[in-house]
Design a protein around this ligand. Structure first.
Ligand code: ATP
Ligand code: MG
Length: 292
């Protein structure tokens, strides 16, 4: 697990001496900015064993967008997210990050962090040390690392738990630690693969509300994998509905609802009608996913 975390950190662009405080420099915040954060340009994936994970995908992700990927199991959501994170390479086609190669990632305004479904915490370390890990690995000076860790913990309401061990936390708290560990790197592009899938609905709703607030405050660009229609509608500016056999984007579903959003949106008639429409599109995607 630690190896996977290290992979993530290697891509997170955390540099020694990075200044503390607010997200750095020229963070492109508005969805109207012309340069896409990520472009998937006819990228497909055939795995070594011959399994076709994805047919050629075309997707442009603009700064400030919150894009959710939803679709039946095995349709390639995680594969697409890993392509975006450069954790795997396409078999054909290519990706661009800020109109360049992956080396553009990690520079100010272009930092990337990945949150896995499992919180992947070190059980022998306290919460604070878990969150600080990316900064320690990057050689950030101790004092700065402590300040940034405290700020990241505060953002997920976990400051009082800094001295606890992961086993002393609830599942929702552990997931918040994992999110704080991503936030401490001050990412601009946050990739999350079903981060709240194992949590009860009440906790998930609360974390979704926190995530909306954080994304809005920090002008994050998000790509978020979920199986939940409600979660996708609540969080997203745009939803890519995927189908399987072969894995592909079946349709795009914009959610034209202003930010910030809160629990009142979830109780609104508009939310219900968006969920109904997305559910219908997903049903069509499921039918289209049947093996030929
Ligand atoms: N390393 C791999 N080697 C071979 N096949 C793989 C590999 N990873 C994924 N696949 C296959 O690629 C397809 C897409 O997998 P992926 O994990 O992206 O689906 P998913 O949409 O994330 O599914 P889920 O909702 O169950 O998480 C599946 O058929 C899967 O079995
Ligand atoms: Mg998956």
């Amino acid at each position: 697990m630690l190896a996977r975390v290290s992979d993530t950190l290697a891509n997170s662009g955390v540099n020694s001496g990075t200044s503390s405080g607010a997200s750095s420099g020229a963070t492109p915040g508005a969805a109207t900015t012309a340069t896409p954060a990520v472009e998937v340009l006819s990228a497909d994936k055939v795995f070594a064993n011959g399994t076709r994970g994805l047919a050629p995908i075309q997707l442009s992700i603009m700064p400030g967008e919150f894009i959710s990927l939803i679709g039946p199991s095995g349709c390639g959501k995680s594969t697409l997210l890993k392509l975006v994170a450069n954790l795997i390479e396409p078999s054909d086609g290519r990706l661009q990050w800020w109109r360049g190669g992956f080396e553009k990632v990690g520079t100010p305004g272009r930092r990337l962090a990945f949150v896995f479904q499992d919180p992947t915490l070190m059980p022998w370390s306290r919460v604070g040390a878990n969150v600080r890990l990316p900064l320690d690995l990057a050689g950030v000076p101790r004092r700065e690392a402590m300040e940034r860790t405290a700020a990241a913990l505060a953002q997920v309401d976990l400051q009082p738990a800094a001295q606890r061990y992961p086993r002393q936390l609830s599942g929702g708290m552990r997931m918040r630690v994992s999110i704080a560990r991503a936030l401490v790197t001050e990412p601009d592009l946050l990739l999350m693969d079903e981060p709240f899938g194992a949590l009860d609905e009440f906790t998930r709703n609360k974390l979704d509300e926190d995530l909306v607030r954080l994304s809005h405050e920090r002008r994050l660009t998000n790509v978020f994998v979920t199986h939940s229609i409600y979660e996708a509608v609540f969080l997203s500016t745009r939803i890519a509905v995927m189908a399987a056999n072969p894995g592909r984007i079946f349709g795009e579903f914009p959610v034209d609802e202003p930010f910030p959003r809160d629990a009142a949106f979830r109780a609104s008639g508009r939310f219900a009608s968006l969920c109904r429409d997305l559910s219908a599109l997903l049903a069509d995607a499921s039918i289209a996913s049947r093996p030929a």
